[in-house]
Design a protein around this ligand. Structure first.
Ligand code: SAH
Ligand code: SF4
Ligand code: F3S
Length: 488
């Protein structure tokens, strides 16, 4: 099926087709259940970003509606699905490593189905490698046709012994209203847009995720409303560059306006968003965030480098001065905000002076945290062809120097909150100590405090007692000490 066969963006007809395939898949799963004498289990493994995590919830939603149970143990599974990422080479290598191990599982359980999807599958090299080295894989599809999952599952089951492959190069289709199995009861990601048009010169995402497409605001609000009705109190609006949301809609609307509408949904108490591109961050957005009780005091604003020469070579379309001015504006409007960033070290041509510029920017911006990555050459991106690629030693040296400063800055910024009272959304019981729960503050910091499972999904005022590097040990407190904006 070619994407050109569809004309509209929000395709209700396609939703109906896929629901029909879910029914057909149910028949297959029930026959399998009879054959093996128990409910078959599916293990969905996610690599990569929040977008992939959300896609995995949709894939698991379809599997569960068709009758699969889920498991986190690959050895216990009748179906293993890897939702892959190709942003850096180590993400690809991890998938190949794990596929090697699955080969043995497949020898033990001949009925085991192995499925690959996600960003790696949009790269022809990967498909070629899987065909030659991992020919036991049963189904491969890409990022543009995940809504066809039930249909593709049927094709795979109806054609045993063949590798089913369906990769689209592009789509303008957005298929709504298919089942989703949320990982958390109290929080959820919500896609507001797909794809990316920015073509940063190092980045594979525009090639594997296609052109930018925004969902209609009514569909987003409708989804948020349904999430709230089912108990979700925190939503994370997802897009590669949320600040350019809505520009290509028939009736354009700004991201700030979308936030205003999401804020009005009853029951939603916290709103987050990811990711903001500095070139498109507007004053209107800062105003909306500053005047909101629901929008969290955290902004992830990837800078990538503090060197103007490198920012230009990366095609980021802002300067360090512009970035620092944004940071100043954001902190002036919201003094309690946490600003985090991404940094790429070892981009082609990076000199000592560039590294110093980056270190200087980190100090000036006083980042609350930063994800630091070593540059990874991605086939097909412009930077992969740049002549002045760094040696592994130079790359590691630049990375280590920056990481040291990032860690110092982050520790310092975390420690500043010692003694404060804030509200935490309790997310899990601690892995290390069953007497502790872990909560997330509006500014995204984590706090561990005495508590139990019954607190999960609720907001509690918490006193931040002891800073342990990048997180806090705290305790529950009453509302009297609490001065924050958030309402419980
Ligand atoms: N859309 C987001 C980023 C998505 S990818 C944005 O523009 O900010 C997440 C992060 O991966 C990027 O911010 C970048 O720091 C890193 N990254 C992307 N491509 C990379 C590459 N080729 N090598 C190393 N890091 C990379
Ligand atoms: Fe990649 Fe740049 Fe798009 Fe982010 S904005 S996904 S870094 S191309
Ligand atoms: Fe990776 Fe694809 Fe996300 S490449 S970072 S999973 S968009």
């Amino acid at each position: 099926m070619r994407p050109e066969e569809y004309s509209s963006h929000n395709d209700g007809e396609e939703t109906r087709r896929q629901i029909m395939y879910i029914d057909r898949l149910k028949g297959h799963v029930s026959r399998l259940t009879d054959e093996i004498g128990r409910t078959p289990k599916a293990c969905v493994v996610t690599f990569g970003c929040q977008m992939n995590a959300r896609d995995s919830e949709k894939l698991l939603g379809i599997l569960k509606s068709a009758g699969y149970a889920d498991t986190e143990d690959e050895k216990d599974a009748d179906l293993i699905l890897y939702n892959t990422c190709s942003v850096r080479d180590n993400a690809n290598q991890r998938v190949y490593g794990r596929l090697g191990a699955i080969k043995n599982l497949k020898k033990e359980n001949r009925a085991l189905k192995v499925i690959l999807c996600g960003c790696m599958m949009q790269e022809q090299d990967c498909i070629d490698k899987i065909k030659t080295s991992y020919s036991f894989v049963d189904l491969i599809f890409g990022t543009h046709n995940i809504f066809k999952f039930a249909e593709l599952m049927c094709t795979m089951i109806e054609n045993p012994g063949e590798m089913t492959i369906d990769i689209w190069q592009e789509t303008d289709q957005i298929v709504e209203e298919l089942p989703v199995e949320r990982k958390y009861s109290y929080k959820s990601g919500v896609n507001i847009m797909f794809g990316c048009n920015n073509f940063c010169t190092y980045c594979i995402v525009p090639y594997v995720r296609g052109r930018e497409r925004s969902r209609a605001p009514e569909d987003i609000i409708d989804e948020v409303r349904k999430l709230a009705e089912s108990g979700v109190i925190e939503v994370m609006l997802l897009g590669q560059n949320v600040n350019s949301y809505g520009r290509n809609l028939d009736t354009p609307i700004s991201f700030a306006e979308l936030l205003r509408r999401v804020e009005k949904v009853d029951g939603i108490k916290r709103i987050r968003f990811m990711t903001s591109h500095p070139k498109d961050l507007s004053d209107e957005l800062i105003e909306v965030c500053a005047s909101s009780d629901k929008i969290c005091r955290h902004i992830h604003l990837p800078v990538q480098s503090g060197s103007n020469a490198l920012l230009k070579a990366m095609n980021r379309r802002y300067t360090r001065e512009h970035y620092l001015e944004l940071v100043r504006k954001i902190r002036t409007a919201m003094p309690d905000i946490s600003i985090t960033t991404d940094l790429i070290m070892g981009f082609p041509g990076e000199t000592d002076a560039d590294v110093e510029d980056t270190i200087d920017l980190i100090r000036q911006a006083e980042f609350d945290n930063a994800y630091t990555f070593q540059y990874s050459k991605r086939t097909g991106t412009p930077a992969a062809g740049y002549p002045d690629q760094l040696s592994d030693e130079a790359m590691k040296d630049h990375f280590d120097r920056v990481l040291k400063v990032v860690q110092e800055t982050a520790r310092c910024s975390c420690a500043k909150h010692t003694g404060e009272t804030d509200i935490a959304l309790i997310e899990t019981v601690s892995d290390h100590d069953p007497g502790l729960v872990t909560g997330r503050l509006s500014n995204n910091l984590l706090v561990h405090l005495p508590g139990d499972e019954s607190m999960i999904g609720e907001l509690y005022p918490v006193k931040l007692e002891e800073c342990r590097g990048f997180y806090f040990i705290g305790s529950r407190t009453d509302r009297s000490g609490y001065t924050e904006r958030e309402t419980l």
